[in-house]
Design a protein around this ligand. Sequence first.
Ligand code: CUK
Ligand code: CUA
Length: 762
Amino acid sequence: MNFNLKKTLVLTLVLTLGFATQAFGQAALQKVMQERGLTEKDILAAAKTYTPTGGRDEYVVFSSGGQSGQVIVYGIPSMRILKYIAVFTPEPWQGYGFDDESKEVLKGGRILGKDITYGDSHHPAFSETDGEYDGRYIFINDKANPRLAVIDLHDFETKQIVANPFFKSDHGGAFVTPNTEYVMEASQYAAPYSTDYVPIEDFNDKYRGGLTYWKFDAEKGRLVNDESFTFELPPYSQDLSDAGKGPSYGWGFTNSFCTERYVGGIESGRPPFEAGCSSKDTDFMHVTNWKKAAELAAKGKFKKVNGQYLITMKQAVKYKLLYLIPEPKSPHGVDVTPDGKHIIVAGKLDSHAWVYSWAKIERAIKKKKFEGKDPYGIPIIALETALERSVNVGLGPLHTQFDSEDGVVYTSIYVDSRITKWNYKTGKVLDMIPIHYNVGHLMTMEGDSKSPDGKYLVALNKLSIDRFNPVGPLHPQNHQLIDISGSKMQLLYDMPIPLGEPHYAAAIKADKLQPAVRYKSGWNSRTDSRSPYRTRAGRERIERKGNKVDIYGTLIRSHINPEIITVTEGDVVSFHLTNLERAQDEVHGFAMYGHNVQLSVEPGKTASATFTADKAGVYPYYCTEFCSALHLEMQGYLLVKPKGYKDIKKKIVEGHKYTKSDYETQVATNIATQEIINQVVGYITERNYTDFAIVVALVEDATDQLGFADEAKKKSEAAALKGDYQNAMLWANQWWQYQVKTADLGLRAKTHLDENGAKKVK
Ligand code: CUK
Ligand code: CUA
């Protein structure tokens, strides 16, 4: 018996006798635990998070990517990263900021006419219907350049960026009202509303804070500037916001720090901002009535400034739209409870979380029970009038999130590096868990909706220090997954986030998301409309108007059509490429030497790249996604001729000569290949394949490829008839290339049918 045969036999025996299960048995588990130094608690945590191949997560998280200007998407409980969504920052893999279409999106975020190519993204917020996440859109703000972005969850692409027409920074965004009527965006650092020079000495009179309610058109999926309105606010540093719901529906809450209106000046011997901005015992929560403001705006009560309604402080007081309530020293988070009856505020320099009662606030407003006015004439509701209770939760509380259990909340404790679980209705502290380290925001499943799911909590920690393999002085951030399903919190997983600094995140039940797998043919994904440059198979062309050259091309495994393009130095060249594929995940990319061109063209999409061919030369281009066995051959040349270049007529001399016998061998292969294709087609059509959308798309693609094969076959036969075996052989090979792709698609379809229980119908 030879050795290999013996080995096979032994293996078969082991399998038959069931010894293979030994590898997963108790003894093996003990061995792994010992070798890796794992405890039973670790094994339990692993079992709660491990997701086998092909498995799906229960929740999908959208985390701010901080200064990267992106949104990080990952799953819970596996904590596997799924995508970085390009938002404020160009991102080459997705072609974002490289294709003409997305450059238009980024243009919306220009500040003072300048492209801003990053964002300090902070707070993602899902669109809501009746206070529940509806899975349609997600919004995120940019603190550095006050902007908001709209991401469509149909394809996880950024569709719109708007710049605030008044502010010079923002922080209190994005927070949505319960039916996504408006998206809140509050400024952070007070500044003049104009872009002119205003001396710092005029801080109290001419610098302003503010709060914008951006109108959202859910059908179009766009923020509408001229239906939005901004509350002019005092030059307090407005911080986070949240929208009321239930009984507090129609109102918004925005806190602030530095109501001292202190201006630093450390270089001239003045105490710094940090001293002057934290010396008073309280700051102010701003309470705004957006519903009434919207009605008054519709009645023409406010003037339009910079295209938006501007509600001056005077008008806000006159129309009873704005009130102030004292809050703990240097507050940070302001969170409305799921039932909308309470508002929880935590002070960074206080050890308490303060629970305000909406009923009490509303009563004070109705009865005009105020303790006075601030220097700008805004009525102040006394703390005692509005407060329900304050609870000692730990040093440096920041943000609060909600459990599915009534009254139970979690507060992030920055200074003490821990999460405190407590009950805001009874004031009892229930549990605490240390985190690593210095938690900022925390997030529970659907925690901002009116019915939070509980289950898991993520602590978004600012420092990871010693948690991971060292990677130099700049450390990853640390998102820690905590099981909150029992009475005691249990730490499950540490996830390094290699993009920073994430501030907030939001998690949605995965089955609420139904993203597309392909676009309608010839789709401009950035505007969500049919592209005027859509190109169908066989309609590829090059159009010239003066020095403008438009290339209407297509991409399909495995060629770019056209392949050789000649232009003249100085021409403005636009590639418009349509991916003809319909099969899931068959993306083609498009990169070219020397012109900063990189497109991502997903099935159905049309993407464009425009540049000036300003230097004569040879510019190879190619597909950047490994899309098939002949992906490397998915290539072409842009030839840029010098101005006034005289063509010398020469022929391409091919490197290889083919004979009649080469041709006949290839044809024999093709006939054999066709038999396999026919078998696969038979297999598919005998089954209920039309019940499977994925298979239908694959079959459409395969039919296209087979059509191309037929055209190549005809060309091959025509050449053979003329005795031109060179071209007969080349076209026969191309015919075979199309057959190979057909077979590949057919096999994918067959596998899908087999794995998903298709039934034989014929
Ligand atoms: S913030 Cu970063 S920890 Cu910008 Cu919401 Cu609180
Ligand atoms: Cu298409 Cu590689």
